[in-house]
Design a protein around this ligand. Sequence first.
Ligand SMILES: Nc1ncnc2c1ncn2[C@@H]1O[C@H](COP(=O)(O)OP(=O)(O)OP(=O)(O)O)[C@@H](O)[C@H]1O
Ligand SMILES: [Mg+2]
Length: 320
Amino acid sequence: MAAVEVRGLRKVYGEVRAVDGLDLTVDEGEVVALLGPNGAGKTTTVEVLEGYRAPDSGSVEVLGFDPQTGGRAFRERIGIVLQEAGFEDTFTPRELVRLHAGYYPHPRAVAEVLTLTGLDEKADARVRTLSGGQRRRLDLALGIVGDPELLFLDEPTTGFDPSARRRAWELVESLRALGATILLTTHYLDEAEHLADRVVVIDHGRVLAEGTPEALAAAAGAATVISFRMPSGLRVADLPGVGHEARVAGSMVEVRTDTPTADVAELATWASGRGIELEALALARPSLEDVYLDLVGEAGAVGEAGAVGEAVDADDGATR
Ligand SMILES: Nc1ncnc2c1ncn2[C@@H]1O[C@H](COP(=O)(O)OP(=O)(O)OP(=O)(O)O)[C@@H](O)[C@H]1O
Ligand SMILES: [Mg+2]
């Protein structure tokens, strides 16, 4: 049985079609990443699955429950890390984790959760004194304390420093190894690539593409990307033949090619003949980022279609 089964989900806010006929399946034990630009409908989708928002139409089944009517029996089996959560500022992380542990029938040990999320040092500090990344760690702690079989993570590592992100990844991997099913959203393509069995790219509330990170990246077309730093004082027009196909990204030059051996040879002959060292020269498979940018466009979803009139406050949106 699938852990999450969504068919034709729609959610409208006034004139904005936040989710517009979305289909999504997450199998038991699978880690799925929802990717998409700001306003794509990721949070709305996840909040419907959590039972925080009522869908306008479509069918939604989560662990066999309708999230709207699943009640406590449903909530005991899921863990939630909201994109934006509010805390009682006067509590400490240890107190909040303990409080949340009390909502679940088989919680993890409070001390273990604080350690897993890197909060030992701040366990007894008032939440109001925590940094942004430390608060986010607390969100994560509250999401996992119930030892849920299904975990929703809405941008779990936004605001994390690089080592905290690595740690969170390890945490997700260990939860997955224990059999948890995880649906996460992220803007970090490396995070999706690293963690997800399957990636679902959405925009304007619809699925644009889905597949394993490798399969999606392969769909980007060319087999190989040659990249190097543009030698100072030179421009694309100065590069040899293959370089004319290049895309310039900041100080880097990227060439997509199906004949990397010949192209690298040409570049190398050209550069060494002029005594130029091609810095940061690298060969790579196209990344998820390449296909993502192809799918949603480099500009993203700025200038939302259909967003007319004032924003309508959700009538059914309950945040904790
Ligand atoms: N409570 C609300 N009232 C009105 N419009 C809303 C509300 N919540 C979301 N929207 C709109 O619905 C659309 C989808 O928003 P959503 O938060 O689901 O996007 P997202 O993919 O999570 O974006 P982000 O990456 O920025 O978190 C956006 O156009 C947003 O402005
Ligand atoms: Mg969001």
